[in-house]
Design a protein around this ligand. Structure first.
Ligand SMILES: [Zn+2]
Ligand SMILES: [Zn+2]
Length: 397
């Protein structure tokens, strides 16, 4: 078996050779933002690049046209390590979540490890997971069995600071539609049943509910249909609403039924008909994996990054990586691309294509490749990761 130090030196040397190709890939994806499930170009560029480096690529896995699985076998049987790529952008904001950086960190780990796999026992997967922003791509891939046989799944998200994990919230979202009766707003208002009033009352109900919720609860909504004209009592009106809490149990046992009552109450008050349709699979909270997180810290520190524990007071979000971490030992590390900008802002979009973003692509690729190499070389690390997973979930993997 090769020594880890030699392997890490080779990883970083390969990344230097691949620097131009990798950053070109990151910049191309950044300049051509594609929203959830429409990441045709990003998936094509990533799979082409992985194929050119010897990976066997399956496109459209899990019946998602923009998902992919790139596989490289080692010299013999061993663990299966999956490095995850995200590459969807945000509607109207481009790559303001920096998923071009995630994609190229993951692909870069594949580039760096490709020439080394002949010395390892095991299988390296680079998985292309579309639609993190509200589509639940990883949830669909989990359901389709794409994560079957995976021993560890690792990824890194860019952020304004570097952390071995992310504070997460479980989340769920729905399209909430009300159907009333249209009427002339001046000539015959008494014949109408106003669907927009139902939406307004639902918002008011949510605001009243907020005071009686836990500190970790988040509820937000937008109006997606608010009627056509002021002189017509709106027959239809609808909203998209998101609810989040620190854990899925509280979310689904406590918060969701109370929110459903708010929507039902709004329909009852206005004499409208209510339809609630989930608009994405629920996202679950991340199961932390301390051994994988310690490995992240070792490798990020090796690349000169200063890593601190994640402070949930700083803000928490949701990711479909949470669902993966519930069934596979998982890592969702964070590496800085800015000192201040938060994801989903214009400033973060700029950072994702900046020189500092580029440095993070290379560092992140090295960190992911380093962790994967450790998992191939050190059976102890994988055993520890599996033990931590079993302790947290009660599941064996
Ligand atoms: Zn995001
Ligand atoms: Zn993101």
């Amino acid at each position: 078996m090769p020594h880890l130090e030699d392997v890490l030196a080779r990883i970083d040397a390969h990344l230097e050779q691949e620097r131009a190709a990798l950053l070109d890939l990151s910049h191309r994806i950044h300049a051509h933002p594609e929203i959830r499930f429409e990441e045709v170009q990003a998936a094509a560029w990533l799979t082409e690049a992985l194929e050119a480096r010897g990976f066997a690529v399956e496109r459209g896995v899990g019946e998602l046209p923009t998902a992919f699985r790139a596989r490289l076998e080692g010299r013999g049987p061993g663990p299966t390590v999956a490095v995850l790529c995200e590459y969807d952008a945000l509607p109207g904001l481009g790559h303001a979540c920096g998923h071009n950086v995630i994609a190229t960190m993951g692909a870069g780990a594949g580039f760096a490890l490709a020439p080394l796999m002949e010395d390892f026992d095991g299988t390296l997967l680079v998985l292309g997971t579309p639609a993190e922003e509200g589509g639940g791509g990883k949830v669909l891939l989990l359901e389709a069995g794409v994560f079957d046989g995976v021993d560890a799944a690792i990824m890194i998200h860019p952020y304004k600071s570097s952390h071995p994990s992310m504070g997460t919230l479980a989340s769920t979202k729905w399209d909430v539609a009300f159907r009333g009766v249209p009427a002339h707003a001046a000539m015959a208002p008494h014949l109408g049943r106003n669907a927009l009033d139902a939406v307004r009352l639902a918002f008011a109900g949510i605001d009243a509910l907020r005071q009686q919720t836990r500190d970790d609860v988040r509820i937000h909504a937008v109006i997606t249909d608010g009627g056509a004209a002021a002189n017509i009592i709106p027959e239809t009106a609808s909203m998209n609403a998101v609810a989040r809490a620190r854990d899925a149990r509280h979310l689904f046992d406590d918060l969701v039924p109370r929110l459903e009552d708010v929507f039902k109450g709004a329909a009852l008050m206005t004499g409208t008909e209510l339809t609630i349709t989930p608009s994405s699979a629920p996202y679950l909270e991340i199961v932390n994996n301390p051994p994988l997180e310690a490995a992240f810290t070792r490798h990020a520190t090796r690349r000169g990054r200063s890593v601190a524990p994640y402070d949930v007071a700083d803000g928490t979000g949701s990711t479909d990586m949470g669902n993966v971490s519930q069934v596979v030992p998982g890592l969702h590390g964070m590496l800085d691309i800015d000192d201040a900008a938060m994801p989903h802002t214009a400033a973060f979009e700029v950072a994702a294509g900046s020189a500092r973003g580029d440095a993070t692509v290379l560092d992140g690729a090295s960190v992911l490749a380093g962790i994967a190499a450790e998992l191939f070389l050190d059976a102890g690390l994988l055993a520890e990761a599996k033990a931590a997973f079993a302790k947290a979930t009660g599941l064996a993997r």
